[in-house]
Design a protein around this ligand. Sequence first.
Ligand SMILES: *[C@@H]1O[C@H](CO)[C@@H](O)[C@H](O)[C@H]1NC(C)=O
Ligand SMILES: *[C@@H]1O[C@H](CO)[C@@H](O)[C@H](O)[C@H]1NC(C)=O
Ligand SMILES: *[C@@H]1O[C@H](CO)[C@@H](O)[C@H](O)[C@H]1NC(C)=O
Ligand SMILES: *[C@@H]1O[C@H](CO)[C@@H](O)[C@H](O)[C@H]1NC(C)=O
Ligand SMILES: [Cu+2]
Length: 632
Amino acid sequence: MMRLFLLAMAMSPALAQVYAPSAGVQAPRPTGLGIVTSYPPPDLPPGEPDKYGAGAKIPQYGAWHYYEQKPIPDQTISAPNLRPTLDPNTPPGEREYTMDVEYRAASPDGFLRRMSVINGQFPGPIIEGVQGDTMIIHVNNHLDDPTSIHWHGIHQNRTQYMDGVPGFTQCSIPPGGSYTYRFHLGWEKGTYWYHAHFGNTMADGLIGALIVHAPDDPLNDSCDDDQMLYVADHWGDDSETIVHAAKSPKGYRGCAPVDVPDSVIINGVGQVDCSMVQRGVPCNTDVPPYEVRAAPGKRVRLRVLHHGSHSLIYLSIDGHKLTVIEADDLAVQPFEVNELVIAPGQRYSIVVEMNQASHGAGYWIRARAGTGCYNDKWRVEGAGILRYFDEMGSEEGLARPETSMWPGLPDMGEPGCRDMDDIGYPLIPLIPIDPPQTADESFAFTSSFGEFHDPETGGKFAGWGFNNVSYTNYINDPLLKMVEDGRDIDPSRIATATFTGYVADIVVNQLDGAPHPFHLHGRPTFIVARGRGTINSTEGVEMNLVNPTRRDTFVIGPKSWVIIRLPLDNPGVWGFHCHIGWHLSVGKMAAIVVKPDLVRTIDQPEDWAALCQGDPGFIGPGRRSYIPPQGR
Ligand SMILES: *[C@@H]1O[C@H](CO)[C@@H](O)[C@H](O)[C@H]1NC(C)=O
Ligand SMILES: *[C@@H]1O[C@H](CO)[C@@H](O)[C@H](O)[C@H]1NC(C)=O
Ligand SMILES: *[C@@H]1O[C@H](CO)[C@@H](O)[C@H](O)[C@H]1NC(C)=O
Ligand SMILES: *[C@@H]1O[C@H](CO)[C@@H](O)[C@H](O)[C@H]1NC(C)=O
Ligand SMILES: [Cu+2]
């Protein structure tokens, strides 16, 4: 506790310095493209600077690093809608959306860059449906790179070819191409999201919420106001640049894991320290923090969605307890916390009571990147403002808050860097469901950073994977097609578990000293056991088989393990991967094949097959796509 308190104290001056109160915050959404401060490039070191890592520098790593920036488009981003609006009692039917995927100029945290966004918005538009709907979503790719959209948490029951993972369940949508996703909402309800699944291009802005409403949603009338609260760690460099650098022997900014972000953004807005960013790029030192506005006296539901690429984010609002009511899409027995920890891919709904002040008052929203989980040298913190705001009230005199942080959760050491249900908040489902009491199959995954063997070249390289295999993405020969054709999945291509029974237990031993969030495609899973160290067998392990928590994305802490119990009621070839986008895009992915015989009975639409025109031997994003393995 003492240590926590010191941590909070230590951070306050930094906040004060960056967000010194200024007169009259303009509340409508900042674009980040206002006042621009540009630093001239400093003298380059002798010789040609290596644009992928060597020579150039960034101060955190004791050096400046330079990366070639993508050309800045003329058009800028526009304001997204942040409130779901669809009535849960709408009769189900066909619900149609169009997504234009294109480049836009943006400075989410002040640093000007090219982003890839949907319909000109960042975060992207909220896609909404009601239970029983058929979603029809047309995606038009105006980028110079391939893309695909994954519907995170949606089951894709009998439509696994619509899961949106290139090299897995489809071939990517080429530049200039279009594809229509069509899928049914079965028993899904709650907060989901969508994102690009090509490389880590979701980090360039291809993300948004997907909300499924239902008339019998236990959370349907718990609040007076329902708003998105997107949080993410953010980088000024383009994802392709970062992944390319991460795969080089030097790593990105001299570091293979791409860990410390430039900033943390809230609803797409943040404040980078412009004195620390790459020189020669316009940087706005005066992006106002994002303001979440709600009327005094109201109960506000904030749907927190972490769409970032690495850090756990520790979220708190000064002076306001957070009542957690939903974890991923799961309604949970409500509980109160000062601070919440959320990993990339996860969602939480929190209820905030606007009972502390009257119109005009502001409180800091803090989003601390859990950099202590992998590097305790410095901190990156994002800030937003919770503003008490009457609709009829005045815009005058809205000052920066002067509130201070309350004791939060530890972001390092024990019990830090772990999931909520691993630090004493069990996330008990509101509607109890016991998992099947026995499993008829089991499989174990071990995952770690380490040395991998390249079956093609015989070389060795450092990276991530499962069971000693770093995923090689034959992007034009998707795994689903292989299973359909009755071909075996080459074990040197990806670690694969194949299940033909009714229920499987999956053990995951996570050997790294830092936490990783794991996402299972296809359906939520029961988390029946967790522990420290490694386990070799499920025998004798005590499992929670009475209403355990169930979700689609869970963190496994440093050097720890998890057992998930998976009902095999959804035939398909499902991705199981680290949701740290920088790890996913360099091979930390496994495949779970459920009932291959049934997979073969499901036909894909013709336009699906039409996407697969490229060379089946071509390797897409994944560990060995661009740079041959380095002998290290
Ligand atoms: C919410 O769901 C309950 C049943 O769970 C139902 O009685 C109620 O009418 C619903 N409220 C709304 C606003 O749809
Ligand atoms: C893979 O296996 C080799 C040989 O058994 C071993 O040296 C290496 O450390 C393993 N790599 C990982 C990441 O487990
Ligand atoms: C479990 O496996 C690890 C690594 O393979 C091994 O070192 C350890 O001895 C095993 N433990 C048991 C109890 O079998
Ligand atoms: C898939 O559909 C089957 C048959 O309707 C159903 O029993 C099962 O629960 C569904 N599974 C998922 C994960 O939605
Ligand atoms: Cu990871």
